[in-house]
Design a protein. Structure first.
Length: 253
């Protein structure tokens, strides 16, 4: 196993049988030459996802770690379970359905973060949030997403236009500053900004789901989104964290 990976790829899976091997194999192909690890969290899947993850770990024993929830806890809980095990300075979030393209990770890593990068990221940058070049969704879902993103951006002023995109590259120190609550993954740019870190957006590829079906329905997403947005509005207005001069923290300017 790599002793000190620079990058940790964190992928939550729930009932993604048929997607596990293509996603994990593509990550390894795209990130060749980068010191990385892959943390997979199985959120108590009821299909063959667990068996496929075990096979993937056996296929890539030096890089893949698998964590399995005893009961289903949702995407945000899966991300925080994985966060406890990541060792890289940056964490790449990818969805387990194959819609996110790890080639974007390799491209932006080499351009912005790797030693000798042409345009290195500022020390205070906490998250690079993906903005999808195109949407492989129905017109109804596209309109729904545009409205939701517009309302959220107006209320939270989070400097992001497409928080529904699962592709997010986050500084590990910034990620570990965040409070946990269910569905907090929908508000990562706002939470990162609240913690005093900067937010940057980059265009990324969006693809069709490889196999299976989406886990999100319109009514469930709408109801949860409204209540979560109200809670986030309250949280953001309560202010952020203090930064001590003695910490040598990049947020100090």
């Amino acid at each position: 196993m790599i002793q000190t990976p620079s990058l940790s790829v964190l992928i939550p899976f729930f009932n993604e049988a048929g997607n596990v091997h293509p996603v994990i194999d593509e990550v390894h192909a795209a990130l060749a030459g980068i010191d990385f690890e892959v943390i997979c969290v199985n959120d108590a899947s009821g299909d063959a996802t667990g068996a496929e993850l075990a096979e993937a770990k056996a296929r890539h024993p030096g890089t893949v770690t698998v964590l399995t929830h005893l009961t289903r806890r949702g995407k945000s809980a899966a991300l925080f379970t994985g966060l406890k095990s990541v060792r890289g300075d940056w964490v790449q979030l990818l969805d387990g359905d194959g819609q996110n393209d790890p080639a974007d990770t390799a491209r932006l890593w080499k351009a912005l973060i790797a030693p000798g990068a042409n345009s290195p990221v500022p020390a205070g940058l906490g998250i690079i949030a993906g903005k999808r070049n195109s949407r492989n969704d129905s017109v109804f879902k596209w309109v729904q997403s545009r409205i939701a993103n517009g309302v959220r951006r107006f209320v939270l002023q989070d400097d992001a236009t497409d928080t529904g995109c699962g592709w997010k590259l986050i500084r590990t120190a910034a990620f570990r500053d965040l409070p946990y609550f269910a569905s907090m993954h929908r508000f990562l740019p706002a939470l990162i900004k609240r913690a005093g870190w900067d937010v940057r957006e980059e265009k990324v590829n969006d693809r069709m789901r490889l196999a299976g079906q989406s886990k999100y329905g319109f009514l469930g997403r709408l109801g949860a989104g409204i209540f979560d947005l109200i809670g986030m509005f309250w949280l953001v207005r309560r202010g952020g964290y203090g930064v001590a001069a003695e910490w040598n923290d990049p947020r100090g300017g």
